[in-house]
Design a protein around this ligand. Structure first.
Ligand code: ATP
Length: 985
């Protein structure tokens, strides 16, 4: 151990964070050191003090107590104290006694740590280099953000997510038919934007009944933890803005829309992305829009990104639909009449796209395409496609490009995405079972009187306080409202035959019953009113002893989730769940195949929403739709309208809103009149067929073509699969777990249990000392089949945390190892230097896709010869051996001068690589952005759905990226000293 003298500077080997220490006093046995920066004083035994003398040499940068930087040239020693000689930032020569070094000088850079003898374990250095390598690879990967989520790889979802997430500040309407995965698409977009840094804060607004489902889906499928905010949580934040309490805030629409003060706070809490589920409830009228619309309008004026989700965009009418499109892009959607005209033009565009398949031969097809392809690029592509001299490959390429160009330039899809079952395919059959029942006398009395007496309807409306036609369609509600009538003394469920029918079905063990040979079948019952739902549950309980939880809008969140969970439980769960209309919207009940429509909604879109609870991705069986109605009742007439007028039970057709707009009022008047109804059903049928044909030829066809471009979808799926099959992942995970102190135990079936060891480094997600840990697998299918197993991918929070800690911290940035090699004499030194690119740029530029932190390795021997290409990282790594830390420190101390020289030389060698790294990044960036810009500029000329701000933003982004890439610098990231020893020893 060196002699200590007061005033000397030393650093603690085990606690480098204490900063630079000063010897206060010493004698032969002990030395006392003051660490001023951390205000600690420590006394050590001189013979075993875990301290290293801080000595700088030529080329080192030092900092004086008065804040001056200095580059050391030389040093001199007097009475055991060093004075450094060098130049300050202005080039003046200065002398700095070591006592005047800044106490706060940190030694976390690789060079400083090495030279002050702070070395890490060899395998840490190893992990650091590998982490850099994989990080660089994954950050540029086109599937980044899509490979981690625990989802099936469904083409239309990945296509949409990829298309939307690559846009600057995406603003789109995700309008797939019910149950096709809009939540998953929104989750994928959010996940990717978060991972690439384009979004840091998101606000997700969903109906009250869906908050928990979203919370669970985001966590379970995307490993995203959201903060659920409601009024009581918000109040707990006192005067602080509650929206600042997390990066991802999930709130109920019902709560926020009714609360202007909270809206102000949401507005003030800068978000980058707003997601609004079940957006058809945002209604807009000329006379004044709804509270929800107003709230989203003001939020979306401040927030760059906006995703609106709805399966039934036109449920509240075309005007509301148009108004929501205006929220997405006010410049594009300012004129409803023009919008309608454009829709008419879609038939021609879709016809032209379909005609491409008949080219080059068909002259009629050519005329059709020619009429639409009105720009130079498209005309050139058409030339190639019709040129008989061109090869089949040239024709195919031109056909694909022209198809994309026509869709992009004249289609609908930049703002709205709608996938339908028809083209996604693979969905189960829907089977319709009407159940005619006799009207009970209590209802019959009213129906008969209504038929006899024209004025009675008005009387009934006044007496019940109900609306028309509700009073006709929902006889149980009418009965409840007339409870003063002595004939209505019994509870409605006592006299309503639908309850008995349901009870019989529940105990029926024949093939068509709900208690057949396969066991008890789950049954979802939906009724329009909350009170009806409650009455059904009571009736089932009192009359049949069935426990059927109820699910409606007035239950608390916990009660609702408890009801849904009781229904979902396969083993002990209940057989029946009774839901009200609005209470069950958006919920996932695809594990059940029997739907009982206890009554019917008035709007076809609501009918579709009901069926959508069961007809969702994941449904394994045909869906049985049971509709009990009373013979000769208004309800039965409504059913005829749905079934005979528009085949509403067979498949979603997307024209329900048009039909409701055209016939809703007349239908309400025809509910008591068979003849009138027959006419309306016929007219509805005619319009249904015509609309369907028109939509299929135009808008629907374009939406369909646009909602999933198979080649792009396949490319995304291939990219995700490549990461799924990445053999390097398990190897990396194994090393990282070992170093971070996480035990892994094989449980069989490609599942392992990850659990914390005693030595585990703290703060790893999902792992806390003393707790069990979690089961994990690399296999997507295994993770999808079992909810309790997490899927390990490069995007899993544990992996991201471990990689982040290595890259952002000092872990493994300095090491020393021994090499036994028969061909190399002992005592030789090599320096393995790893440099890393640094390129400060705002996160939102997502620079990493073109230039992620890139490692440059340089291996020098002690004579300065560059061995980088001769000895690979893995080649060397395999053969080196660890050495204990004190020996490592001594070895480093004895080679200080040599190491300094090698570090300086290494910098020069690495610098030579920089221009080619910059050039390659610039080329990659240009290749992608120039292309995108050309596409967007061409699009903007033809498709007004391209916002000018989008084009400008892309140009600005390209310029900013170019600047950032140009300013890339290399910094030493890690260094390993390798010393050869005798092979025999
Ligand atoms: N890629 C996928 N992998 C696994 N499950 C999926 C996938 N896509 C959707 N699902 C499941 O299918 C169901 C329907 O998906 P989701 O809730 O996203 O549909 P939606 O279009 O939002 O429905 P709704 O119109 O009713 O709101 C959910 O249970 C969801 O978890």
């Amino acid at each position: 151990m060196s002699d200590f003298s007061p005033g000397q500077r030393w650093i603690s080997d085990g606690e480098a964070e204490l900063g630079l220490g000063t010897v206060l006093n010493c004698d032969t046995r002990s030395v006392t050191i003051l660490f001023s920066a951390s205000q600690e004083t420590r006394t050590y035994n001189t013979r075993q003090a875990p301290l290293t003398r801080v000595q700088f040499g030529s080329g080192d940068r030092i900092l004086s107590a008065d804040g001056c930087q200095m580059l050391v040239d030389d040093s001199k020693e007097h009475d055991g104290l060093i004075t450094y000689i060098g130049q300050d930032d202005s080039g003046e020569v200065r002398e700095l006694p070591e006592a005047k070094l800044a106490d706060t000088m940190q030694f976390d850079q690789a060079r400083d740590r090495l030279l002050t003898g702070q070395v890490d374990r060899n395998d840490w250095f190893d992990l650091r280099f590998r982490t850099l390598h994989h990080h660089q690879r994954i950050e540029q990967h086109s599937a980044l953000g899509f490979s981690g989520p625990r989802i099936d790889l469904i083409p239309h979802q990945l296509y949409i997510a990829d298309e939307v997430a690559r846009r600057h500040a995406p603003r789109v309407l995700l309008a797939d038919e019910v149950g096709l995965g809009k939540t998953i698409e929104a989750g994928l977009i959010l996940h990717r934007l978060l991972l690439v840094g384009r979004v840091e804060r998101a606000l997700i607004l969903v109906p009250d009944s869906l908050t928990h489902q979203w919370l669970v889906e985001l966590l379970r499928r995307f490993s995203l933890s959201v903060t659920l905010l409601d009024e009581s949580q918000s109040q707990a934040h006192g005067s602080d803005n509650p929206f600042g309490s997390g990066q991802l805030i999930l709130g109920s629409q019902d709560w926020l829309f009714a609360n202007p003060a909270r809206q102000e706070q949401a507005l003030a809490s800068r978000f980058d992305l707003l997601i609004v589920d079940e957006a058809h409830h945002l209604d807009w009228h000329e006379e004044g829009s709804g509270a929800g619309y107003q709230c989203v309008e003001s939020l979306s004026a401040e927030i760059d990104g906006l995703l609106l989700l709805t399966a039934t965009p036109e449920q509240m009418g075309l005007k509301s639909h148009f108004a929501r499109l205006r929220l997405l892009d006010p410049e594009r959607y300012h004129d409803l009449e023009r919008f309608k005209q454009e829709e008419r033009h879609y038939v021609e565009v879709a016809g032209a796209i379909d005609a491409l398949d008949a080219l080059p031969g068909d002259t009629q097809a050519r005329t059709k395409v020619d009429a639409v392809a009105d720009d130079r690029d498209s005309q050139a592509l058409l030339e190639t496609l019709t040129n008989l001299e061109a090869s089949a490959e040239q024709h195919d390429a031109a056909r694909v490009q022209l198809r994309d160009a026509l869709l992009d330039r004249h289609g609908t899809g930049r703002v709205m995405f709608r996938n339908s079952r028809r083209h996604v395919g693979g969905f189960p059959e829907r089977r319709y079972h009407p159940v005619p029942l006799a009207l009970p006398s209590a209802y019959r009395r009213v129906v008969r009187r209504l038929a006899r007496d024209e004025d009675y309807l008005d009387e009934l409306l006044i007496e019940t306080g109900m609306d028309h036609p509700d009073v006709l369609i929902y006889p149980d509600a009418m009965y409840r409202e007339l409870s003063n009538d002595p004939l209505n003394a019994e509870d409605w469920w006592h006299i309503d035959p639908r309850i008995n029918w349901l009870l019989e079905k529940l105990s029926d063990d024949s093939e068509s019953g709900f208690a057949n040979k396969k066991g008890l079948e789950k049954v979802l019952v939906i009724a329009h009113h909350r009170e009806t739902a409650e009455g059904i549950a009571e009736g089932l309980r009192v009359l049949g002893g069935y426990h059927a939880p109820v699910f409606h809008e007035d239950l608390s969140l916990i009660e609702r989730d408890r009801a849904a969970a009781a229904f979902a439980d396969e083993e002990d769960g209940c057989q029946v769940l009774v839901c009200s209309e609005i209470g069950s919207e958006g919920r996932n009940f695809q594990f059940c195949r029997h739907l009982v429509m206890f009554d019917l909604p008035q709007h076809p879109d609501q009918l579709e929403q009901r069926i959508g609870r069961l007809d969702r991705i994941g449904q394994q069986h045909a869906i049985e739709i049971h509709v009990p109605t009373f013979e000769g009742s208004p309800g039965e007439r409504l059913l005829r309208w749905y079934h005979d007028g528009m085949d509403a039970f067979s498949a979603p057709h997307g024209v329900g809103s048009d039909l409701f707009d055209a016939f809703g009022d007349a239908l309400a008047d025809a509910l008591l009149d068979d003849e009138m109804l027959t006419e309306i059903v016929e007219e509805t049928r005619e319009m249904f067929s015509a609309k369907l044909a028109e939509r299929d030829a135009g808008r629907n066809r374009l939406l369909e073509l646009n909602a999933c471009r198979p080649a792009r979808a396949k490319a995304v799926i291939d990219a995700v699969s490549e990461l799924d099959d990445d053999k390097a992942l398990p190897r990396f995970v194994e090393r990282a777990l070992d170093i971070f102190g996480v035990d892994s135990q094989d449980l069989g079936g490609d599942v392992m249990l990850l659990s914390p060891s005693q030595q585990m480094l703290d703060g790893l997600p999902g792992l806390a000392k003393g707790e069990e840990g979690f089961s994990a697998t690399y296999r997507r299918d295994v993770a999808l089949a079992r909810d309790d197993i997490q899927r390990l991918s490069w995007e899993h929070p544990l992996l991201r945390e471990m990689m982040g800690r290595v890259i952002d911290g000092t872990m493994g940035n300095s090491a020393l190892a021994l090499l036994r090699h028969p061909a190399i004499p002992s005592g030789r030194l090599m320096a393995e230097l790893v440099f890393r690119t640094h390129c400060p740029a705002p996160k939102r530029l997502h620079l990493n896709r073109f230039l992620p932190p890139t490692a440059v390795r340089v291996l020098l021997d002690e004579s300065g010869a560059n061995l980088t290409d001769k000895i690979s990282f893995t080649g060397l790594s395999k053969n080196v051996q660890k050495v204990n830390k004190s020996m490592a420190r001594d070895l480093i101390k004895s080679r200080h001068e040599q190491l300094r020289a090698l570090l300086t030389q290494g910098e020069g060698e690495a610098e030579r690589e920089l221009p080619s790294i910059i050039e390659a990044a610039e080329t990659r960036m240009r290749a992608q952005l120039d292309n995108e810009l050309a596409r967007l500029t061409a699009l903007a000329e033809h498709n007004p759905a391209v916002r000018d701000t989008e084009v400008q933003a892309l140009k600005a982004e390209r310029a900013a990226l170019s600047d950032a890439i140009e300013n890339t610098r290399l910094r030493l990231d890690a260094v390993r000293v390798v010393i050869t020893v005798d092979a025999e020893r």
